[in-house]
Write a protein that binds this ligand. Structure first.
Ligand code: NAI
Length: 354
């Protein structure tokens, strides 16, 4: 499907989208800035082997918009942005990331960037050579952002369990974690500490085996974890895993995890609602890294991880309560609230007409 860029920007209210090509490193990338009405746009750098450039562009727009929604609902005075790099053979990545740093610097603080899938500490060091507007991975930075994400997801799961059953009752719970990367592994650790029975799956067999040895958890075949009966299914791998077929397979009571853009379409949240499965919107529960990074860059402090968990737990509880009262899916209520807040921020930002 062809994306008509200006039409898509107008529909979703984007401020700018840059198409980036660097002849020397052979980098091809998109940078989306969705909203800077109350502060800079924030968004990590995703590197992925997209099959065609339209896919990369669509991902960039979706992820940047999700960041704006995340900022509003987490009460962070910033907007959303995203950098998406097309992974392909022959790219000189050290040069490419340094080039990305120069592009970010040229925006003069309009956009701050940081880690995402495919971009870790080594790549951020390369970016940081050319710009100050990046989450520095070293001791001068905000610390490991994925720890804050995992803590927020843990607190959001606790809020969802309290909402459904009135209590967490951890030792009687079974949670299936999809993906044992930075977020999933830490989440699994937090759950095991509470006595939860954790089953996990990762397409990287080495990571799965290392987690099993460390935490004594059960492993599932990475194509079957969706079918397992459990209290909570926690997607912590890539987005787009819940679609027409997979929403019917789920055998859990709650879906709550760290991955971005878990649903292929918003209607899948409605189908989960019909099926009586509580879906906690990803842009509410996975905002821990955003809160930690934003408070560091904008206020110059490191918000303690526990406080971030409490904050996300409170936001999640409040959303679930409001959705229940309205008899609507939490996704519907959260999207409406986020879009209302974005419009309000923009209205306040507009210069008064004399
Ligand atoms: P990561 O790259 O460290 O871990 C992802 C893991 O998922 C890898 O171990 C990978 O092998 C595994 N995986 C990929 N496809 C899979 C599949 N089909 N089934 C099972 N496992 C699979 O990434 P990280 O940082 O843990 O992020 C995970 C998700 O959370 C991503 O969607 C990311 O966008 C989102 N997120 C991460 C934040 C952070 O602070 N790191 C912040 C907000 C969202």
């Amino acid at each position: 499907m062809e994306t008509r860029i200006l039409a898509a920007m107008a529909r979703d209210g984007f401020e700018r989208v840059l198409a980036i090509h660097d002849r020397r490193s052979r980098l091809r990338a998109f940078l989306g800035v969705h909203d800077t009405s109350v502060g800079p746009a924030l968004g990590g750098i995703r590197r992925w082997a997209y099959l065609e450039e339209n896919q990369a562009l669509r991902d960039c727009l979706r992820l940047a918009l999700a960041m704006s929604r995340k900022c509003c609902l987490a009460d962070v005075a910033a907007g959303g942005g995203k950098l998406v790099l097309i992974d392909a053979p022959g790219v000189d990545w050290e040069r490419a990331y340094a080039y990305v740093g120069r592009v970010v610097q040229s925006l003069g603080g309009l956009f701050y960037t940081g880690p995402d899938v495919g971009t870790g500490e080594r790549e951020l060091e390369w970016v940081a050579r050319a710009t100050e507007f990046v989450t520095h991975p070293g001791p001068s930075g905000p610390g490991r952002l994925s720890d804050a994400t995992a803590e927020g997801v843990f607190a959001g799961i606790a809020a969802a369990l309290r909402h459904v059953d009135g209590e967490e009752d951890w030792p009687r719970r079974r949670v299936v974690v999809q993906g044992l990367g930075a977020v999933g592994l830490r989440l699994a650790r937090r759950l095991v500490e509470r006595g939860v029975s954790v089953v996990a799956a990762d397409v990287d067999g080495g990571k799965a085996e290392a987690a099993r040895r460390e935490l004594a958890i059960e492993l599932a075949d990475p194509s079957r974890e969706l079918d397992l009966s459990c209290d909570v299914f926690a997607p912590c791998a890539l987005g787009g895993i819940l679609h027409d077929l997979t929403v019917e397979r789920l055998a859990c009571r709650i879906v709550a995890g760290g991955a971005n853009n878990v649903l292929v379409r918003t209607e899948h949240a409605l189908r989960l609602f019909e099926r009586g499965i509580l879906y906690v919107p990803d842009f509410v529960i996975n905002a821990g890294a955003l809160v930690r990074g934003a408070t560091f860059h904008l206020d110059g402090r490191r918000e303690p991880i526990e406080r971030i968990g409490e904050r996300i737990g409170r936001t999640t509880s409040e959303l679930l309560r409001r959705a229940s009262e309205a008899g609507e899916a939490p996704e519907t209520v959260a999207l409406r609230e986020a879009d209302r807040r974005i419009t309000e921020r923009r209205r306040e930002d507009e210069p008064a007409l004399s």
